[in-house]
Write a protein that binds this ligand. Structure first.
Ligand code: AQP
Length: 343
């Protein structure tokens, strides 16, 4: 089944968890691409609150984070004429298809997921949830429900996307064409922004340390302070490199490049002969200036208290139409008896 019509644009699905303040990693790895791609696709951008609860969340912070994500999507430049913005838990088809796909996923596939291993290692073994383990099958449901052609994500989601493709292919070959096989879209610069305090670990919004991440809503002075304290090395060369000993400098250059879109050569020439202090000041300024219009727009959007909830209500209604069409086809394919009282 594919509810593709000859006239509709190819579709995008992507989402971010409301599991804390969004970082410049979320922005550069995901949001910036969402904005750039939006006019060529029919876009579905969700706030994946059901994924967020795979680790413990404070209910009030989760609600607040959900609205904040939505406002930041809009503040970055997502336009409602191109994109549907919605909350994952508002569309119950995600939970149902997630369950069904879980029943088609060999545990061996899930056992290979490095993100589960990383996140589980940060918790007490006995408190790691089954939901964290089956996270990739819910993510597959998110994508496949919308028959998405393209999924713009950061590098850390590559393995989950591969699993989604494998699952869709397996289901299609068993039950006939049901799901579109999605392609990943990874940014050229900024696919993996590393922690400022530890440039060997991915920058994450849920990392508790104060100097780990720049948040999209950080005040300019706070951004400067964090970047000036970023870990570098005892050497002096400023160039892009895979050498783990210079991961801090490489990360700062990557952030600079992702914000400015300048070429590698131009950036290396700009910093030739300069010191790490100069590099950090320059990076801080491009981050401050890059985030300034987003922060301004965020303040405007959130001044209207009902606006975000209204956007999310309309988004959910639109998303349900697409998601339920796929879910009905899946139910039929696998042999669930139709519920005659269901519209
Ligand atoms: N450091 C990063 N560099 C590039 N892209 C990143 N993304 C996240 N961190 C980086 C991309 O942001 C999107 C949303 O991620 P998510 O919130 O759904 O899950 P995540 O990848 O687990 O993000 P975090 O910030 O690390 O969240 P927590 O700390 O809650 O686990 C994805 O496209 C991701 O690739």
């Amino acid at each position: 089944m594919s509810e593709t019509t000859p006239t509709r644009l190819p579709r995008i699905l992507s989402g971010i968890q409301p599991s804390g303040q969004l970082t410049i990693g979320n922005y550069l790895g995901a949001l910036k691409q969402w904005v750039q791609l939006q006019s060529d696709y029919d876009c579905y951008y969700c706030i994946v609150d059901m994924h967020a609860i795979t680790v413990p969340q404070d209910p009030n912070e989760l609600r607040e984070g959900t609205r904040r994500n939505a406002a930041l999507y809009l503040a970055c430049g997502i336009q409602l004429e191109h994109a549907t913005i919605f909350v994952q838990s508002h569309v119950s088809a995600h939970a149902e298809l997630g369950w069904i796909l879980g029943c088609f996923t060999p545990m061996g596939w899930l056992n290979r997921m490095t993100q589960f291993k990383d996140k589980a290692a940060k918790q007490q073994a006995e408190s790691v949830s089954a939901g964290l383990y089956t996270y990739p099958t819910l993510m597959a449901a998110d994508i496949l429900l919308y028959q998405a052609n393209l999924v713009p994500v950061g590098d850390d989601q590559r393995q989950h996307l591969e699993l989604t493709r494998d699952l869709a292919q397996r289901f299609n070959s068993q039950y006939g064409e049901t799901f579109t096989i999605p392609e990943g879209f990874f940014p050229k610069a900024g696919a993996r922004i590393m922690g400022l305090d530890n440039p060997l670990a991915k920058m994450s919004k849920s990392d508790p340390s104060e100097y780990h991440a720049v948040y999209m809503l950080d005040e300019p002075d706070r951004i400067r302070k964090k970047i000036m304290r970023a870990v570098t090395d005892s050497g002096s060369g400023i160039y892009f490199t895979d050498d783990p000993a210079k991961a801090g400098v490489n990360n700062l250059l990557t952030i600079y490049q992702a914000f400015t879109d300048e070429t590698t050569e131009a950036i290396e020439a700009r910093f030739a002969g300069k010191g790490y202090g100069d590099l950090k000041k320059a990076v801080a300024e491009v981050v401050v200036e890059g985030l300034r219009p987003i922060q301004q727009r965020y303040r405007e959007l959130t001044a209207d208290s009902g606006l975000i909830d209204e956007v999310l209500a309309q988004g959910a209604a639109k998303a349900r139409l697409v998601a339920n069409a796929t879910l009905n086809a899946v139910r039929d394919r696998i042999g669930f008896l139709p519920a005659l009282d269901r519209a």
